[in-house]
Design a protein around this ligand. Structure first.
Ligand SMILES: [Zn+2]
Length: 252
């Protein structure tokens, strides 16, 4: 059986959905990731994790949704973003069209932290409509491994952590010689406990938060393998779970 929905014919899709009520949907963003990384970093990584998991579990994977909530990166050229409301509605309609074929469980592989609020809101809303959505993100999934192989200054946006993932998955798109290290600026009015409506451009000139020159494909491969193993485990658990056990409890 093919792993990607868009590579199947409708006859093959029918065969899959007759037997399975689960699907994987990668979601990302198209935003600056420093001078060395492609704009598509977040959706490329989500797509790679989702597709590899689909191959290993036999659960179908959809096309990646490339645009996300990245308004705060807009000063850097080529960043293309949508509002949280638009992302939520777009993903919702994708999920509802899957549910027409009996899909009740959807694993969203989210490659961009800025999408999380909108996706969580959607997951709560659709649970009440009988569709269970789980949201998987690679950096918390590897939260035990990452601090062991990257220092705190390598773990920021477009830093060595993310650059290493790109080097492992699509090295031809990374310009290693353009990688920079940049210490982020602190805003003049910043104190602990205050949230400010700042953009990436307030913190950094290159788009890199911290250190990126120490990235390595080897480290990226290690992270990728760890993350995929974790997601495979989750998908297999979800596959077996009864839908009634995943739905909201009734009134007490
Ligand atoms: Zn990113």
């Amino acid at each position: 059986m093919k792993a990607l929905l868009h590579e199947m014919s409708w006859v093959e899709a029918k065969e899959y959905f007759r037997k399975n009520d689960i699907a994987i949907l990668p979601v990302g963003s198209n935003e600056q990731h420093g001078p060395q990384n492609p704009l598509g970093t977040d959706h490329f990584i989500a797509k790679a994790i989702a597709e590899e998991t689909a191959k290993r579990t036999g659960v179908v994977c959809l096309q990646v949704i490339p645009f996300g909530v990245s308004h705060h990166h807009r000063q850097f050229w080529g960043t293309v973003h949508v509002s949280p409301k638009t992302l939520k509605n777009y993903v919702k309609e994708v999920c509802l069209s899957l549910s027409y074929y009996g899909v009740r469980k959807i694993v969203i592989v989210n490659g961009h932290g800025g999408n999380l609020n909108a996706l969580t809101e959607l997951a709560r809303e659709l649970r009440d409509k009988g569709i269970f959505i789980s949201i998987f993100q690679w950096w918390p999934a590897a939260s035990k491994l990452l601090p062991d192989i990257f220092s705190p200054e390598e773990r920021g946006h477009a830093g060595a952590e993310e650059t290493s993932m790109n080097l492992a998955l699509h090295p031809h798109l990374v310009s290693v010689d353009k990688a920079v290290d940049e210490e982020t600026r602190k805003h003049a009015v910043e104190v602990n406990g205050v949230t400010l409506p700042l953009d990436t451009a307030d913190y950094t000139t290159s788009g890199v938060f911290g250190k990126s020159t120490t990235a390595s494909a080897e480290k990226g491969k290690k992270v990728f393998e760890t993350v995929v193993n974790g997601l495979v485990k989750h998908v297999n658990l979800l596959k077996k779970a009864k839908i009634e056990d995943l739905m909201a409890k009734s009134r007490v």
